[in-house]
Design a protein around this ligand. Structure first.
Ligand code: ADP
Length: 499
């Protein structure tokens, strides 16, 4: 009891720092019991007659029945896309194409709460992230590429850019709407039409997006959405009517797609896995770096291909940094995705949880030291506590393989050379982070890191104007910026100054 309270004879005021639940209302989302396939501007039933159930991974409750598209369905979607391409879309004045993209962007903004709630419901990510990252960025991609649609001649001077035709797009489950935006916006801006397949665990935002397409009065068949698992994806990849494949997903599937398309005329871009190094030098602003490390690996439960999953710390600050990191981990709130206070939501699927658990077990078995802050995980649904491994050797599986979960492996280094060598010691090359006060060191280190994106004194920053993509087994081709338009175009004159 304080001196003042004793004088007043008052009882001590209990201090309780736990947060009261702050759930976002979910009634803004109205789900159908069952969804068909969106082909040629209409909903059709799958020829296969097959469906599967999509669930809320935080409760395992079923949300809706989803169609499993078979070969006939994919063919119908490709025909619809081809017909839309040939009968209007590719010949439309580019400024008219831009109008549709601007319209889609504005509708996404207007309906952002509905989409954000749906994204968290179906994917398990915290509403704070869907609301503040996925939705604003999705709309921003449509705005950005809308701006280019009528300026392609200026973007690629003297090269006479032309659309390719029908783009087949296959996306993953970690950022369902954002990955759709990354793919659909540049494809349409360049004058192509689209057949897109969302991931099997998170199809709902792509299906709601069909509503946006109708609202925007996009001509029928310009965008077709077919749902299903990897079999549907494989049908899209091999369909002869498709001119370009854009794939984001695992390295194994990416390799299989590349094998399938070898020798074909289809263009291909692959955005695959990663095992990014977040490199912290001893002169780094430590508290800021802690926030970057936490954002780098626990954002979206670590279901991020560019997640900073390997922390490389300069030896002299190791003890201090780990102590701060552990303290910060204790303040992360793990729980209901729709709660506005939640920092770490649900793991996306049983399958992904099994994979995380398996790799974490190998970390223990190989001799790494595990730390998890005390936190109570909900009984139902798929959950994994934020995890840090110390005493990690470069050869351990947790230092080499992509875990795609909230699991950080910490390694140390003494010199910048050693940091660069360790950072590059991975089959991947998607992203990296550098933390130091010295500008010259940022430039010197960033130049030697074999990663498509290098963040300096920040992490996981995205902008539609900035190209994103990988080296080595992280894939090839870029999304975002002007670079992101190029894979959707062919050039009648490839000479820089034309002939
Ligand atoms: P993850 O292992 O993280 O689920 P995948 O690479 O399996 O990643 O999935 C990414 C996307 O690729 C999903 O939409 C999935 O359905 C699709 N997919 C899976 N297998 C294939 C395949 N053989 N061909 C084409 N697409 C596939």
């Amino acid at each position: 009891m304080s001196e003042l309270e004793r004088k007043r004879g008052a009882a001590p005021v209990p201090v309780d720092w736990t947060y009261a639940p702050a759930p976002e209302a979910r009634d803004i989302v109205s789900l159908r019991e069952r969804y068909g396939l969106y082909v040629g501007g209409d909903w059709i039933e799958p020829h296969s007659g097959e469906t599967f159930t999509t669930i809320d991974p935080s409760t395992e409750e079923p949300l809706a029945e989803i169609a499993q598209a078979g070969p006939e369905d994919v063919s119908l979607a490709v025909e619809a896309a081809r017909s839309a391409f040939e009968n209007g879309w590719s010949a439309l004045a580019p400024s008219e194409r831009a109008k549709y993209l601007f319209r889609i962007a504005r509708i996404l903004q207007e309906r952002s709460r509905e989409f954000a709630v749906l994204e968290s419901l179906n994917g398990g990510k915290p509403i704070r992230e869907s609301r503040d990252v996925d939705l604003p960025l999705s709309a921003a991609h449509f705005f950005y590429y809308a701006g280019w649609a009528d300026k392609l001649e200026y973007a690629f001077p003297n090269r006479t850019p032309r659309p390719l035709g029908v783009a087949g797009q296959i996306i993953p489950w970690n950022f369902p709407l954002l990955m759709l935006a990354w793919k659909v916006a540049p494809a349409l801006a360049a004058g192509n039409t689209v057949v897109l397949k969302p991931a099997e665990t998170t199809p709902l935002s792509a299906l709601l997006f069909c509503d946006v397409l109708r609202q925007a009065e996009l001509p029928q068949g310009v965008v077709n959405i077919v749902t299903g698992d990897g079999r549907t994806g494989a049908e899209i990849v091999k369909h002869p009517g498709i001119d370009k494949i854009a794939f984001t997903g695992s390295t194994d599937v990416g390799k299989a797609i590349q094998r399938e398309l070898a020798g074909s005329r289809k263009k291909l871009t692959l955005e695959l896995g990663g095992k990014a190094a977040n490199v912290v030098f001893d002169d780094a602003p430590l508290d800021q770096a802690i926030e970057g490390i936490v954002n780098g690996i626990y954002f979206n439960q670590g279901h991020v291909c560019c997640a900073g999953s390997r922390l490389l710390v300069q030896e002299s600050i190791y003890e201090q940094l780990i102590a701060k990191l552990k303290r910060r981990l204790g303040t992360l709130r793990v729980g209901a995705p729709l709660d506005k206070n939640t920092d770490v939501g649900a793991i996306n699927s049983r399958q992904q949880l099994d994979k995380i658990e398996e790799l974490v077990q190998t970390g223990r078995d190989e001799g790494a030291e595990i730390y998890q802050p005390p936190c109570r995980l909900p009984e139902r649904g798929y959950w994994f506590a934020p995890t840090v491994f110390t005493n990690v050797a470069q050869s351990y599986r947790i230092a080499q393989e992509e875990i795609f979960g909230p699991v950080l492996s910490v390694l140390t280094f003494r010199t910048p050379d050693e940091a660069v060598e360790k950072a590059n010691n991975t089959p991947y090359g998607l992203s990296a982070g550098v933390w130091t006060e010295k500008g010259s060191r940022i430039l010197a280190v960033a130049q030697r890191l074999r990663a498509g994106v290098v963040w300096a004194n920040t992490y996981n920053r995205f902008d539609p104007a900035s190209p994103f993509g990988g080296y080595k087994e992280s894939g090839f081709g870029r999304e975002g910026g002007l670079h992101g338009l190029e894979p959707y175009l062919r050039f009648e004159s490839s000479e820089p100054f034309g002939s």
